[in-house]
Design a protein around this ligand. Structure first.
Ligand code: HEM
Ligand code: HEM
Length: 186
């Protein structure tokens, strides 16, 4: 049975839950974001916008809980065999990913609000529409949101490259300790 809390050797079930659910939400949000912005104006397009905002706000809530959990739990140690620059890179990518997890929903909410649009959350209107549009606010937030998504693709690539290197080349427990499986190699 995997404990709820992290230990120095592995992630606990709560951290794993946050990691994999948030990964799935990122995937859904990127697919929705790219699809909806490339569609012709139609009812379906705006339904996808509404779904994108609903999933994005769900993610924002989970990220706040995840960061709280991160700071109240031990962080599994990186293998001692890693060189200093590899440890630095792993930490930098993780910090970057946490940053993106915050920047994307915040810029998305500002973009939508400043544009004078409804902030839907699965059919519940969460925030009232802005009285006045702010073109300046909308364009800055949109720029952050779009460039943020590019930064995410880069960090995601580095993250996955790291996981592949650890699992298939170094053959250590890095991937296994984020999965609900035994840490012993079979
Ligand atoms: C981690 C969370 C999020 C991710 C990964 C994400 C990703 C994306 C992507 C990839 C796009 C397409 C950008 C492009 O044109 O290339 C997009 C567009 C957009 N997102 Fe998000 N998004 C997130 C959260 C949110 C939230 C919480 C909101 C609002 C509540 C939001 C509102 C929007 C809007 C309004 C657009 C369309 C901008 C336009 O009209 O061009 N997003 N998002
Ligand atoms: C197929 C996709 C993914 C795989 C296979 C994967 C795998 C992993 C693994 C194995 C770890 C543990 C690293 C260690 O033990 O030091 C990890 C940590 C982490 N992953 Fe992912 N990941 C994926 C997607 C993502 C995505 C989309 C995000 C962010 C949006 C993300 C953010 C993080 C963060 C921030 C950590 C560090 C957790 C902490 O120590 O607090 N991952 N990931």
């Amino acid at each position: 049975m995997i404990p709820l809390h992290n230990t120095e050797e592995r992630y606990g079930s709560v951290a794993m839950f946050f990691h994999w659910v948030i990964m799935l939400l990122f995937l859904i949000l990127v697919v929705l974001g790219l699809t909806m912005t490339n569609m012709e104006d139609s009812a379906e397009k705006w339904q996808l916008y509404s779904l994108h905002k609903s999933f994005g706000l769900t993610l924002a809530l989970l990220v706040v809980l995840r960061i709280f959990w991160r700071f109240t739990n031990p962080v599994p140690l990186l293998p001692e065999t890693l060189k200093a620059y590899e440890k630095f890179l792993a930490h930098a990518v993780h910090i970057g990913l946490y940053g993106i997890m915050l920047i994307m929903p915040i810029s998305g909410v500002i973009d939508s609000y400043a544009g004078g649009y409804k902030m839907d959350f699965f059919g519940l209107g969460l925030l009232p529409k802005a009285e006045k549009r702010s073109e300046w606010g909308e364009s800055v937030a949109l720029m952050v949101h779009v460039y943020g998504s590019y930064l995410f693709y880069g960090l995601f690539f580095l993250h996955i490259a790291g996981v592949i290197k650890h699992h298939f080349i170094l053959k250590d427990n890095t991937l296994r300790r984020m999965l609900p499986v035994s840490l012993k190699k079979s």
